[in-house]
Write a protein that binds this ligand. Structure first.
Ligand SMILES: [Zn+2]
Length: 322
């Protein structure tokens, strides 16, 4: 499905069109009962105007409800998604999700308020729900290829800082698997050999090849992986060719992490002026998600996201509690 924001707004003129669009995206046109997993024999409960729910602004919204012939339960394409039970129009959800999936730097709450006539509270809530769906799944496989690891400090820009450059800044660690293109970021309480070791062994398999800069904190944990290659930024070395155990040439360096950080910081400076530490984690999840899925089309990324809640793909098992 080829689309951009303009064609999407033209196509999705109202809530009903938004439902149909989501049904196509999630079900490819064939409704799937989230209660029992049946894909057959559903019937559509025609929405009557009288059934429509009134939104805060008084507009009547339409729900496209299906009824499962197997288990007799009702469902819609929103059942079990981040949009379940929302009072915000589905058209708005679709457009905001698209914006967050496709914009390189994310979207600011204020833009959403203005563009869709939402209260600050509603706009903020939507963004949090969407970020929650972008959270990393907690049972992901270990990163096992060539993995770059690097840290950066996020926080208010300080003028005339003479003494402690890192005061009021929060360290962020990012791992990027070069093979799969996947990024995994997290806040660190402090950057020490111990915290680095804990973070890396939690995400990386022993057979992985670790790429870092000259930070000595990586020395001990680096030895636990198949290979560890470093570049020395202090002598302005950013990449060099090394030989692996298998005699293959590899490129040592952390350029991908640096690219990731520069985009992250550019976005924090431009769009987001104040990001508290508690929200930074979700914000990192949003960045990781966009980075890790950057080879997908906007439609693929959106379909994937809509089917996730709190960093978990919605599976039939999860929904039915099996
Ligand atoms: Zn069913």
């Amino acid at each position: 499905m080829d689309m951009n924001f303009r064609t999407l707004t033209e196509r999705i003129t109202d809530d009903e069109a938004a439902y149909e669009f989501l049904e196509l995206l999630r079900w490819d046109g064939q409704p799937l009962c989230p209660h029992c997993g049946s894909t057959e024999q559903h019937y559509f409960l025609t929405p009557k105007a009288a059934d429509g729910r009134k939104t805060r602004t008084g507009a009547v919204t339409v729900r496209r409800l299906w009824k499962c012939r197997s288990c007799r339960k009702q469902f819609s394409v929103l059942t079990g998604t981040i949009m379940h039970g929302t009072k915000i129009s589905i058209r708005t959800w679709v457009l905001v999700i698209y914006s967050m999936c496709s914009s390189k730097n994310g979207v600011a709450s204020r833009e959403i308020e203005r563009d869709y006539g939402l209260t600050p509270r509603s706009a903020w809530f939507m963004i949090q729900r969407i970020r929650e769906a972008m959270l990393r799944e907690d049972d992901l496989p270990f990163l096992a290829g060539e993995v770059e690891s690097d840290e950066t400090w996020i926080g208010p820009r300080q003028r005339n800082v003479h003494r402690n450059h890192y005061a009021n800044k929060t360290p962020v660690l990012t791992l990027i698997d070069r093979g799969t293109g996947e990024a995994r970021s997290g806040l660190m309480p402090r950057v020490t050999a111990e915290t680095l070791a804990a973070a890396l062994t939690e995400q990386m398999a022993p057979e992985a090849v670790l790429m870092t800069d000259g930070n000595r904190g990586y020395q001990t944990v680096g030895a636990t992986f198949s290979e560890h290659h470093r570049v020395n930024h202090e002598i302005k070395e950013y990449a060099r060719t090394v030989r692996g155990k298998d005699k293959q040439k590899r490129r040592a360096g952390v350029n991908r992490c640096e690219g990731f950080f520069s985009q992250l910081k550019g976005s924090l400076d431009g769009t987001f002026h104040h990001v508290s530490v508690e929200h930074l984690n979700r914000y990192l999840a949003e960045f990781d998600y966009r980075y890790s899925t950057r080879k997908q089309s906007d439609a693929q990324r959106m379909a994937n996201l809509v089917g996730r809640v709190g960093g978990r793909r919605i599976t039939y098992d999860a929904l039915t509690g099996r």
